[in-house]
Design a binder for this molecule. Structure first.
Ligand code: NAG
Ligand code: NAG
Ligand code: NAG
Ligand code: NAG
Ligand code: NAG
Ligand code: NAG
Ligand code: NAG
Ligand code: NAG
Ligand code: NAG
Ligand code: NAG
Length: 548
């Protein structure tokens, strides 16, 4: 190391001669003052009641405490590049150097996607040269959670348990661990790692955009950050706020607005509670059906291999998905899972594709109800950034809240809303962000390399960011762009009037006018309530076919 330093010195000496001298600014070394929080501000818990007062927490089933210090085969040192601190996952069967965390669809921990993936090789999330960011809007998903109620892993556990009660079965070899395995997962709640993800996102946002808090100067106004009433959603917003404002400061510096999520009530963060077609098999959930069909043939050789290591019980293709999900869920909740190394790299690629199909056709361009479900949030975006109250109620947003400036302020420099992954994707579809879907409808029978990867767009902690900025050298000076998990998205292909820009920028006013047209184009009532049949395998641009 010293030798290397010495070797560099002559070069440094040569480089040191000054080519340019700067004069010190008159402000150098002085202390500048921030304006936030304005003295005397207080959270108003009468206007913004907490979780218990709001109710509707959904299922809150706790699981068994993790014990990774005893169950994990290796320790999660923080400098291990191939791990997801503090989680540990084995390499796939027969594999090495495979980043298994990136093949779990919506159960993957979020990771940075390079802008080059969508064709903007030079774009960075940092403020483009010559611009300054004046306003942001963040839509983010909760961190890692337990399975939702009634998901596959618990049925798999019940199958093993039932078979053990009335008969005997045994397993050996790679499946030896199953003889003593128990089901330890709860349901719906955030896991410790999930809390970390939301807290860390809050810390990151504060570090990058803290200066925007200086816009909150009035003593009667604190930022309003929204979420839904489910327990994990409330905890998500609280962990984000704790990361952003600090503990206990977050209790005093932000109004967390908890919007009820329950069937029949309008809530842009949970539009499927209102949009009934989203739960109809031939409309809103064609993706789930396609994914299940794909899984029937996708794991054959592993199915045979695992079935050859049990007697008295036999596994089905569906059990392969359950066991892959146990790999993801146990790792996300307990820190390690013995299920992961039962599967091969090809299995994980098919597992990711299973989710790609499910999400592309349930909530992406292949869905007939995705744009309609994202329309409420789209209308809120336009309302907030143009400071124009919503007057036309034609989507799943909440009239009472959205027409009241206490609950839906139109002049914040920072907006941050927590939601579910399906809503993030519905929203991206409503925004017509076609670069996410540029390779077209996903083939339903055979895995291919499509531009849409669920683990990049809907993972735990996923976030969709709008940056609005002033760029004095550009015309017009007010510009903006969209980012998903650090990737800057090109919008020139689906936004008329936006031309290619290496930083993904487009005129703010032009984007607003495109999005206003998009609002007109999306027919919430038809897509959500009409009697039509959608065909799997089609790029619908997220809107229903007119075949009623
Ligand atoms: C075991 O078999 C008995 C008799 O057939 C049945 O009543 C019971 O429900 C079974 N138990 C389980 C756990 O399947
Ligand atoms: C937004 O406008 C309201 C009403 O004029 C005002 O009370 C509030 O302080 C403003 N908030 C911010 C963040 O500027
Ligand atoms: C809006 O949300 C509030 C509280 O979350 C709820 O009481 C109300 O019924 C909702 N309104 C509509 C129109 O859905
Ligand atoms: C996988 O197995 C199923 C029967 O379980 C069979 O119908 C199918 O052809 C097999 N697929 C492949 C690709 O081998
Ligand atoms: C929800 O919004 C829709 C569309 O604006 C409206 O038709 C419906 O009455 C609202 N539901 C409730 C419960 O307010
Ligand atoms: C907005 O909500 C607050 C608190 O519930 C209420 O006092 C106020 O009257 C509402 N404003 C309007 C315009 O409805
Ligand atoms: C926040 O304040 C800065 C500095 O005064 C200003 O340039 C920017 O436009 C403000 N942002 C909003 C959304 O008002
Ligand atoms: C898959 O497609 C993406 C972009 O659509 C591309 O960046 C990547 O290199 C492709 N991978 C393979 C293995 O072809
Ligand atoms: C949305 O994208 C589709 C397909 O890329 C395009 O046909 C349509 O014109 C776009 N909508 C708007 C309002 O730009
Ligand atoms: C929807 O349309 C189909 C085919 O036209 C028809 O069979 C069915 O009865 C209709 N369902 C409803 C609820 O109207």
């Amino acid at each position: 190391m010293h030798a290397a330093l010495f070797a560099l010195l002559p070069v440094l000496a040569l480089a040191t001669p000054v080519d340019k001298r700067w004069t010190a600014s008159p402000y150098v070394g002085s202390t500048t003052t921030d304006l936030f929080p304005p003295t005397g501000t207080k959270v108003n818990s009468a206007l913004f009641p907490g979780e218990t007062a709001v109710g509707y927490p959904g299922v809150t089933l706790t699981g068994v405490e993790p014990a990774a210090i005893q169950t994990a085969p290796v320790y999660p040192y923080s400098d291990e590049t191939a791990s997801e601190f503090p989680l540990v996952a084995d390499q796939p069967e027969g594999g090495s150097n495979f980043d298994v965390f990136k093949y779990w669809g919506n159960l993957s921990p979020w990771y940075s996607v390079p802008s080059s993936y969508y064709g903007l090789g030079d774009a960075s999330p940092l403020t483009p040269e010559g611009c300054s960011i004046t306003q942001i809007l963040l839509l983010y998903r909760h961190g890692a959670r337990y399975p939702t109620s009634g998901a596959l892993p618990s049925s798999f556990a019940a199958k093993l348990h039932t078979a053990a009660v009335n008969s005997t079965w045994s397993s050996w070899g790679e499946l030896d661990f199953l003889n003593t395995w128990t089901y330890k997962l709860g349901a719906e709640l955030l896991t410790p790692f999930g809390r970390l993800q939301n807290f860390e996102l809050g810390v990151e946002m504060r570090q990058q955009y803290g200066y925007l808090l200086n816009n909150f100067t009035s003593t009667d106004t604190l930022p309003v950050f929204r979420t839904e009433s489910q327990d994990r959603m409330v905890k998500t917003a609280e962990n984000f706020a704790a990361g952003f404002f600090g503990v206990p400061e977050y209790l005093d510096q932000v109004n967390i607005e908890i919007v009820i999520e329950t069937p029949g009530l309008n809530n842009s963060g949970a539009p499927y509670e209102e949009c009934t077609n989203s739960n109809v098999a031939s409309r809103g959930s064609i993706g789930s059906t396609l994914a299940t069909a794909f899984a029937v043939n996708a794991f054959n050789s592993t199915l045979d291999r695992l079935n050859s290591q049990v007697s008295g019980i036999s596994f089905t293709p569906n059990d392969m998905v359950s066991m892959l999900q146990l790999c993801s869920y146990e790792t996300d909740a307990l820190g390690y899972s013995a299920f992961c190394n039962l599967f091969t790299e090809a299995d994980f690629e098919n597992y990711e594709y299973y989710y790609d199909l499910s999400f592309y056709y349930n909530n992406g361009y292949g869905s007939p109800v995705a744009a309609a479900q994202g329309k409420g949030y789209l209308e809120e975006w336009v309302s907030r950034f143009t400071q124009t109250p919503i007057t036309k109620w034609d989507a799943a947003n909440n009239h009472t809240l959205d027409s009241n400036s206490t609950y839906f302020p139109l002049n914040q420099s920072i907006y941050a809303d927590a939601t579910h992954e399906v809503v993030v994707l519905d929203t991206l579809t409503a925004f017509n962000l076609s670069s996410l879907f540029s390779t077209g409808a996903l083939p339903t029978k055979q895995r291919t390399n499509s531009s849409f990867k669920a683990s990049q767009v809907v993972p735990f902690g996923t976030h969709f960011l709008t940056q609005v900025m002033e760029c004095p050298a550009m015309t017009p000076t007010k510009q903006m762009r969209f980012l998903v998990n650090d990737a800057v998205l090109p919008i020139d292909k689906s936004y008329a009037g936006c031309s290619y820009n290496k930083d993904g920028l487009c005129s703010f006013d032009n984007v607003v006018s495109v999005l206003q047209k998009r609002i007109q184009e999306i027919d919430f009532n038809y897509d959500c309530f009409a009697n039509y049949t959608a065909t799997p395998g089609v790029d619908y641009n997220g809107r229903a076919p007119r075949n009623a």
